[in-house]
Design a protein around this ligand. Structure first.
Ligand SMILES: NC(=O)c1ccc[n+]([C@@H]2O[C@H](COP(=O)([O-])OP(=O)(O)OC[C@H]3O[C@@H](n4cnc5c(N)ncnc54)[C@H](OP(=O)(O)O)[C@@H]3O)[C@@H](O)[C@H]2O)c1
Length: 280
């Protein structure tokens, strides 16, 4: 497993996404727990969940999956709704998340996306939770460059640990400004939906198929190794099948040549101007 240094925290280059987990029958849940455990046992330490996912059901699956493992070796991230972004409501959300996750702290707590609560209030709320040891770090999600600039102008805003945004071969607008902006300030970037999400519309192109065939790999493996190619972005694929987690880990061994990267650029051009942030 490759690891990234996120402000002194050692996090695996790929994490375990959990959107839609816990929403099926008991057998499906069991399969999801098995998949998450497969990842943990193969050195993935980063888990991404949210109170929104199945209204707590995904957090409950994660809670069951992490039982029996050394909690201090895991990096558990969850998120609160923007309409829970006041200090009081955020605390209530966190308490419920911790209960479902069967843990007494989060490694990272994220504002899921921007809402109507003034950011300064949200930052204060997250800092209080951090001071109390209920969360180790706080951060944001679905923030564009202007949002990050605004955040950093606030008192203690620069203490943001990470920003989590959509990033895959088909949605690469953040490369134009946000990724370099965060890199310059050493603010970690977590990229979600490396396969373009689980909506059945897999990202496809002639170059992708050709490169996958050349590496005797799957298109998804090429998509994943592409996101992590510069060893700067932590990608969080969601896989409810252990064989998919296994395939995602194996993908990190693939090396894309300059020629292959150029071919992918032809099918999925790099952004040459500012694009508004895409969200799912
Ligand atoms: N912060 C945010 O606003 C935000 C938004 C969206 C997502 N996220 C996070 O990012 C995670 C990932 O994004 P996502 O769930 O939208 O989509 P994704 O990871 O791009 O795609 C998930 C789909 O890919 C399949 N898959 C996984 N590994 C595979 C493999 N090796 N080969 C073939 N198929 C594979 C999964 O199938 P199986 O499940 O059947 O294995 C599932 O159908 C989420 O689960 C969530 O934790 C965050």
């Amino acid at each position: 497993m490759n690891y990234l240094d996120f402000k002194g925290e050692k996090v695996s280059e790929i994490g375990l996404g959990t959107w839609y987990m816990g929403e099926g029958d008991a057998a499906q849940t069991e399969q999801e727990i098995t998949a998450l455990r497969y990842g943990i046992e193969h050195e993935i330490n980063f888990i991404d969940t949210a109170e929104m996912y199945g209204e707590g059901k995904a957090e409950s699956v994660v809670g069951q999956a992490i039982q029996g493992y050394d909690r201090s070796k895991l990096f558990v991230t969850s998120k609160f709704y923007p309409f829970h972004a006041t200090p009081e409501l955020m605390r209530a959300s966190l308490e419920k998340s911790l209960q479902r996750l069967q843990t007494d702290y989060l490694d990272l707590y994220l504002l899921h996306w921007r809402g109507n609560t003034p950011l300064i209030e949200t930052v204060k709320g997250m800092q209080t939770l951090q001071q109390e040891g209920l969360i180790k770090h706080w951060g944001v999600s679905n923030f564009d460059t202007a949002d990050m600039e605004e955040l950093l102008r606030l008192e203690n805003g620069a203490e943001v640990f990470a920003n989590e945004d959509l990033y895959n071969l088909q949605s690469r607008g953040v490369e134009f400004d946000l990724l370099p902006w965060q890199a310059k300030r050493s603010i970690p970037f977590i990229g979600y939906s490396p396969f373009g999400s689980g909506n059945g519309k897999s990202i496809e192109s002639p170059a992708l198929s050709k490169i996958a065939a050349a590496h005797e790999s799957t298109v998804q493996q090429i998509l994943l190794v592409w996101v992590t190619r510069n060893h700067q972005v932590l990608s969080i694929p969601k896989a409810s099948q252990a064989k998919h987690v296994q395939s995602n880990i194996a993908a990190l061994e693939i090396k894309l040549s300059d020629q292959e990267l150029a071919l992918l650029n032809q099918d999925f051009p790099e952004p040459t101007s500012k694009q508004s942030l895409e969200v799912i």
